[in-house]
Structures are given as C-alpha cells and as structure tokens.
Ligand binder design. Structure first.
Ligand code: RB5
Length: 154
C-alpha cells in the first residue's frame, strides 16, 4: 500500500515544504499539505498539531514537519502521545530513526539544510522501515511507558 505523508511547515519552512511536496508528487506519494502556504509569520506549534493529528487519526502514515531550525517543530510534535519525531539532517539518522526508533515524523530545519540534501533525507526516511528487532521493540516499550507515566490523568 502507498505510504501517505502529511506535510507541514511554519513560515521558516514553507519554501522547503513546497520543494518536498513537488518531489513527493513527482514520486506519486499520497500526500496531505497542511500549510502554511506563504512567508507570513505563523506559529510552528499550530502546524505541528495538524501533522500530528493527521498521523494519529490514520489519515497519514508518516509526517514531515519543517521550521527554521527543525527544533521548535520537533519539540512541539513530540508532545503528542504516539508521535515519534526526530530532526534528521543526514541520511544515516533518517534511516536509522525509522529502522531502530520507528520514527513517524521527520523534522527538518529549512535554514540548516539545502534542498538537495533535504530531498535525499526525505527519500531515505520514507523508504526505510522499522526493523522490529526485539531490542528496539523493548526500548520503544520503555519510551511508551515514559509517555504514559507523564500524561496528565483526567
Ligand atoms: C521562526 O522564526 C523560527 O523560530 C521557527 O521556524 C523555528 O526555527 C523554531 O524552532
């Protein structure tokens, strides 16, 4: 089944988001572009939530969230239980993050990485798969346990 990708960015990341979107369209990925769509200043948490919601609701399998540095986007989206986001500005981290850590969101810093390398990182991230290795399943269970422990109980 085709991988569905949710894309989001703030004003710092929207240009790179458009480059990524054009690439994904060309490669026939199913994608949801959740904005922003201009250089007008917006707040990255608002777009991080849109990308996270798309994944948690099953509308997307994976997400790509872009801001200026990648940091704000990554901090914000990792607050959502079930989201495992990592900033990857190299292809090693991009495939290792999927294979070992089952990352479901790639965060990029548009002011850090050039377009061509960003596309290589995106390609690598989307093509990699979680290994399912016992040690990684065990570690992810511990990550999940931390998430549960610190969730605010209603
Ligand atoms: C916005 O100017 C900038 O703070 C944002 O894009 C991002 O880099 C935050 O981490």
């Amino acid at each position: 089944m085709a991988v569905k990708v949710a894309l989001g960015a703030d004003h710092g990341g929207y240009e790179l988001k458009d480059v990524v979107r054009d690439y994904l369209e060309q490669e026939h990925y199913e994608l949801i572009d959740l904005g922003t769509y201009s250089s007008e200043a917006v707040d990255y948490p608002d777009y991080a939530v849109k990308v996270g919601e798309a994944i948690l609701s099953g509308k997307a399998d994976l997400g790509i969230m872009i801001c200026g540095s990648g940091v704000g986007a990554c901090v914000a989206i990792n607050k959502m239980p079930g989201i495992r986001a990592g900033i990857c500005h190299d292809t090693f981290s991009a495939h290792q993050g999927r294979e070992d850590d089952d990352a479901n969101v790639l965060c990029l810093g548009a002011r850090v990485i050039g377009h061509q390398l960003a596309l290589e990182v995106v390609k690598t991230f989307l093509n990699a798969k979680f290994s399912g290795a016992e040690r990684h399943v065990r570690r992810l269970a511990k990550v999940h346990e931390i998430e549960q422990r610190y969730l605010i109980k209603a």
